[in-house]
Design a protein around this ligand. Sequence first.
Ligand code: DX5
Ligand code: ZN
Length: 216
Amino acid sequence: MIKVAPSLLSADFNDLAGTVKALENAGADYLHVDVMDGRFVPNITFGPVVFKYIRKMTTCLLDVHLMILEPEKYIPDWIEIGANIVSVHVESTVHLDRALSLVRHLGAKPSVVVNPATPIEAVFPVLSIVDQVLVMSVNPGFGGQRFIPYTLDKIRSLRQEIDRRQLEVDIQIDGGVTEMNAKSLLEAGVNVLVAGSAIFQSHNMAATIKALKSPL
Ligand code: DX5
Ligand code: ZN
C-alpha cells in the first residue's frame, strides 16, 4: 500500500492542533516528526515536550525520524511518550543492531535510515529486523531542499534486495518529494512518501496527498 507521511517540520506552529487535524482529514497515513539535535545535523527542532502535545492531538501513527547522536540513549523516552515508528540513522550509532532491537523490544516499529551518500548496502544486514528503510533524498537538516537524483538507484537496489529475500519491509523516501517526481519514486520501489513543503505549500492538502499516492 502506498502511504504519505506529511513532515511537520513545515507545519504552521501557530495552529499546530488545527494543522494536525487537517492532515488527518486530508488522508495522511502517518505524521512524520523530524527530531534534530544540532550535532548530527546542523539544525535543532522538536523535543519530547512538543511531541507529547502532538501525541495528545491525534490517533494517527507518529513516525519519528531521529537525527540525533547517541540515539539509543533517547529511544526509550520517545517510545514511552507515544512514537509508533522510530527511524535510526546508520551514521548516528556504532551499535545499529542494538538500537533497532531496542525499538522493537519496547513495542515500536524499527526503521533504519541512510543519508544520500551512504551506500544502501549498509542496511542489508539489518533488513530482517526492521519494518521500514528510510532513504534520505536530501542531506538531512532542513525542509524545502532539492531532491538528489542519484538516490533513485539506491531505491532500486533496495527494492530488489527486499524482493529477493521476500521480506515485508516498507521503503520510505524523505526529502524533495513532489507531485512531479512521485511517479518515478513509486516506480523505483518506494511505498511511503514523506513530504513537507509539497504539502504545506499547496492550497489543497487532500488533493496533494491524493496526487502523491497516485501521480499521473
Ligand atoms: C529533512 C527532513 C525532512 C523534511 C522534508 O532533514 O528529514 O523530513 O522535512 O521536507 P521537504 O519535503 O520539504 O523536503
Ligand atoms: Zn524526515
